[in-house]
Design a protein around this ligand. Sequence first.
Ligand SMILES: [Zn+2]
Length: 479
Amino acid sequence: MKLYDTLEKKERLFKPLYDKTVKLYACGPTVYFYAHIGNMRTYISIDVLKRTLIHDKYKVKHVMNITDVGHNIGDGDVGEDKIKEEAKKEHRTAEEIIKFYTDSFMNDLKKLNIIKPDIISRASSNVEDMLKLIEILDEKGYLYRTNTGVYFDTSKVNEYGTLSGSSFEKLNKELKAGARVERPEGLKNITDFAVWRFSKPEEKEMVWDTKFGRGFPGWHIECSTMVMKFLGEQIDIHCGGADHISIHHSNEIAQSEAATGKKFVKYWFHGAFLIVDGKKMSKSLRNVYTIEDLEKKKFMPLSFRYLVLTVHYRNILNFTLDVLKSADDSLKALYVFISKTSAVKDGTGIDEEFIRVINSKRDEFFEKAYDDINIPIAITKMYEFINIVKKKALTKNEADYVIKIMLDFDEILGLDFNMHLNSEIPKEASKLIEEREIIRKARDFEKADRIREEIKKKYKIILEDTPEGTVWYKSSELY
Ligand SMILES: [Zn+2]
């Protein structure tokens, strides 16, 4: 398998630090609001990476944090804590905000068929460990105090900012010239960041009394600490959105490597941005969508997942409702293909030449998937495979083999193909759907509608007629 590394800016053969186990860390959400589809695109990309590793027989240990304290508005060190601000606005406690938006996020993961990380941990439950790391950095002379917090001196590390293709000197010069952002008093270098922030006297929630003063951790130290606590000082893959490259991940590298003296991460994996109608998503443009917004427009969450899969994770995805609609149509057509193929019950024997041809398409699919997770091209290979299959009158043995391969593709795609196997619904329901198809072709729509209602009532199966045929869902599939 090959993987692109943001730090080296090139694809490299993937080889984990230890044998067949992959230590993977993904920056989790800051739970101060609903996650939008741009956030969810990143988590889908990470999920596909993970599924591809698992398909390639790796054992993946996946850790994700939940940032519930210390992430300021604007990612820098000025401005307020995002969660505490939202709590004030909504007249709720920070804990209420955290619980509500964490649940909402976990729900989105489920809807999008994202495999849950092995460990999900809240930043606030690891403050003791963060303090230990801060202490090490302090002993090594990397920290200094201002009247707002304890800061990391970025001039003391070599190669600060390499991840973003920049350098300490360049960044400090550029940021000074930009000087739009207000910086805390007493800061030595513009790129320095807080590992510990002092709280205001009126702050009662999410504050700790420590030898560094009363306050709370900085956002970056949280991730470094949780990586090391749950996975060790060195890990294989660190994932996140491209928006984290220049500040958050650069700071994680600086402080982690300062503390351990070891290379922190072997491969940096970053998902590119999602824009809406050609523009950056922003509240003022009213173009911020959540998964729930898409559902309200009658789209399946998995249609959004399908759309994400059709654009390479390192390319910008321009989201529009039109492209989502065509993703939705394509996914439904795939479901129809799965249910029809799995319904083949006559004929035996296998055409060896046919099997050879479809096997080569299967191999091309995985070759592309293993080449820096090139899922868009892998998907075109899947369609070449399907088109070959569609031209043949399949025997039951051949149909079974085709389905086996489709389910193998879905180990990586995660589009719930298995839910659309004919065996997933009662035989009687399947027979009724077949009969209805004939009636519909004879244009007796009234009777077709009656059967649709009957199927819904009796079997809790919902039918939708599409150009490719009738797609069915178990009502539990739709939210
Ligand atoms: Zn992080």
